[in-house]
Design a protein around this ligand. Structure first.
Ligand code: KG4
Ligand code: ZN
Length: 337
């Protein structure tokens, strides 16, 4: 009888300290400690994130093991996020993973965070068939990824400036909303008129995105309106949010549709924190129905940063014998493998 493979997975690339236990590709536990310390600063403060990871990592791993009903002696490999992310944050997870692996003489698996966001689709059923097209949208990234197999992926295009999540968060900041603003914009947008205000849709070549133009347009728009009415944003919050969200979604869906058409792919999904957005989910469903796609959206806890996706990626690397050694170092901007 084949022996089970239990993988302990660690994610610490930004402001979530997360640990998961994955057995034979099945998630047994997935614990996420969200750092609240950043809220008062309107964004993630890297140094504070590193300190919070240091405080959280041991208890988070401890509870992840307990929730999975697995003793540390039963772990067969340790997977960790090696890149990309905040370097201080990545260092905490990397050092912990290396220490755990070295102490127990276990193989170590280095995981690319963006690859893991795509493989979050393979945690639960229904799972996409290959080739699969994934729009990965988070606070740090906006990418259209062609996924030929679990570990055979290609970034077709990405943003040349801000990420989609940043566009949401920066808009929220200009509107006086707290960080992270994406979920709040989504909430107001659901009650607003998306056609009331119009913002520019960037015209980028190929599968590239750009969100700096819309950010500047919103800034100038608010400055102008606030001159005649200082409470303009508060009075028109729902319609502004709906109009901004509508424009960002149009930019995202345009490229996803172009890629699906050109590559003739009908397995299409979204991943990353912004895929929690209700408007984007609806747009994907509607476009999917119109185009005859099978559409995929991971469960919310697997959309935002989590260690379960690191564990699933780690499992596929384990099966292929892709291990790292103790010389592995984290990287803030590692190229896609
Ligand atoms: O993937 P994630 O948790 O962390 C990164 O790797 O960046 O994504 C966080 C981003 C933030 O920018 C947040 O505002 C955005 O996802 N976000 C949303 C929604 N929920 C989270 N943006 C729009 N609508 C939402 N419902
Ligand atoms: Zn992420």
């Amino acid at each position: 009888m084949n022996q089970s493979v239990n993988i302990l997975a660690i994610e610490s690339s930004c402001d979530e300290t997360s640990a998961a236990v994955v057995r034979d590709g099945v998630v047994l536990s997935n614990l996420i400690a969200t750092q609240k310390v950043h809220e008062q600063y309107g964004g993630v403060v890297p140094e504070m994130a590193s300190r919070a990871h240091m405080q959280n990592i041991v208890p988070v791993v401890d509870v992840a093991l307990k929730n999975a009903g697995i003793a540390k002696e039963e772990i067969n490999a340790v997977a960790f996020t090696q890149a990309p992310g905040l370097i201080g944050s990545l260092l905490v997870g990397t050092c912990f993973a290396k220490s755990f692996a070295q102490a127990r003489n276990l193989p170590l698996i280095a995981v690319h965070h963006m690859q893991a966001h795509v493989l979050a689709h393979f945690i639960e059923d229904p799972k996409p068939a290959f080739p699969f097209l994934c729009l990965t949208v988070s606070g740090g990234h906006t990418q259209v990824v062609l996924c030929r197999d679990y570990l055979d992926m290609e970034v077709l295009g990405e943003t040349i400036d801000d990420a989609a999540g940043e566009a949401f968060d920066k808009t929220a900041k200009m509107l006086g909303l707290p960080y992270p603003g994406g979920p709040l914009i989504d909430k107001y947008a659901q009650q607003g008129d998306p056609y009331r205000f119009s913002f520019p849709v960037s015209e980028m070549k190929d599968y590239k995105f750009s969100f700096s133009g819309i950010k500047t347009a919103i800034l100038y728009f608010l400055q102008k309106e606030r001159k005649t009415d200082p409470d303009f944003a508060e009075k028109n919050m729902k319609d502004i949010c709906a109009s901004v969200q509508y424009t960002i979604i149009r930019m995202l869906m345009k490229k996803l549709e172009k890629a699906a058409d050109e590559l003739k792919i009908s397995e299409v999904g979204i991943a990353g924190g912004v895929s929690a957005n209700s408007g984007l989910r609806k747009a994907l469903q509607e476009t999917g129905e119109r185009k005859g796609w099978n559409v995929y959206i991971p469960k919310f806890e697997y959309c935002t940063d989590n260690a379960a996706m690191i564990g699933i990626t780690g499992y596929h690397k384990f099966l292929k014998g892709e291990f790292a050694d103790l010389s592995a170092t984290p990287s803030a901007r590692a190229a896609w493998q």
